[in-house]
Ligand binder design. Structure first.
Ligand SMILES: Nc1ncnc2c1ncn2[C@@H]1O[C@H](COP(=O)(O)OP(=O)(O)OP(=O)(O)O)[C@@H](O)[C@H]1O
Ligand SMILES: [Mg+2]
Length: 239
């Protein structure tokens, strides 16, 4: 019997026979060759696999940043493979927060202003966005860094800021692409602990691409990608 407490929750993400090929000049690069994954609501899944196996490509498709050539991808009840760019963009803004290895914070803005930005882009009232941004920064442990610019913060603090920014519009999904790739192992562990805490308090569903096996082991489940396919031979649910 599976002891995973989230295993009985309905699927939040489901991909079936996902295929993605990039053309580069005359060359076709088959990146995803039929990927089937299911992620339950409130589950945190780590995506492991060698460089070039398609982790980022899969995250981009799940988050509506890219589209598959064939196969289906359903996220939070949305059939992303059948949606037009305008609807995909709405889905991204409302439902998904992205976190990247290199934070992608705007250097001239303070932590608070960086976190506010997606809320203002979504045209939400300034005061409401500011209060929520300050609350999110408090939640990620940066209540004392609101007025710091990125270069006045450590790498771990910058990543916490980018996580707060990813959550400003109250998404259902958090997708993180090597969020600890630029951090030392202790700071990286803190970031994973933070993500688990946010899942618990906000009910988020997360997919996290990483090269760090020991951090991957702290999530609910690991999905291994190998040469564009899920490697079921090593599929593990015990972390
Ligand atoms: N826009 C693109 N055009 C052409 N090829 C691409 C494009 N994006 C990715 N690729 C190729 O697709 C393959 C998979 O890339 P992807 O970034 O998904 O791998 P990854 O598993 O995330 O690797 P890493 O661990 O290094 O981040 C790589 O061979 C890459 O060169
Ligand atoms: Mg990648």
């Amino acid at each position: 019997m599976n002891e995973n407490p989230v295993s009985s929750a309905p699927a939040a993400i489901r991909t079936v026979s996902l295929v993605k090929t990039y053309s580069l000049g005359k060359k076709n690069i088959e990146v995803l060759k039929g990927v089937d994954i299911t992620v339950s609501q409130r589950e945190i899944v780590a995506l492991l696999g060698a460089s070039g196996t398609g982790k980022s490509t899969l995250l981009h498709i799940i988050g509506g940043l890219d589209t598959p050539d064939s196969g289906t991808v359903e996220c939070g009840g949305h059939q992303l493979h059948a949606m037009k760019e305008r609807d995909l963009s709405g889905f991204r803004n409302r439902c998904v927060g992205f976190v990247f290895q290199s934070y992608h914070l705007l250097p001239e803005l303070t932590a608070l202003e960086n976190v506010c930005l997606p809320g203002r882009i979504a045209r939400r009232p300034a005061g409401e966005v500011r209060d929520r941004a300050a609350g999110m920064l408090e939640k990620v442990g940066l209540g004392h860094r609101l007025d710091h610019r990125p270069y006045e913060m450590s790498g771990g603090e910058q990543q916490r800021t980018s996580i707060a920014r990813a959550l400003i519009n109250d998404p259902q999904f958090l997708l993180a692409d090597e969020p600890t790739g630029n951090l030392d192992s202790k700071t990286g562990r803190g970031i994973f602990e933070l993500m688990v805490g946010l899942r618990d308090s906000l009910g988020l569903t997360m997919v996290v691409a990483t090269h760090d096996r020991s951090l991957a082991g702290t999530t609910d489940r690991i999905i291994y990608l190998d040469d564009g396919r899920v490697d079921t031979g090593t599929l593990s649910s015990d972390g």
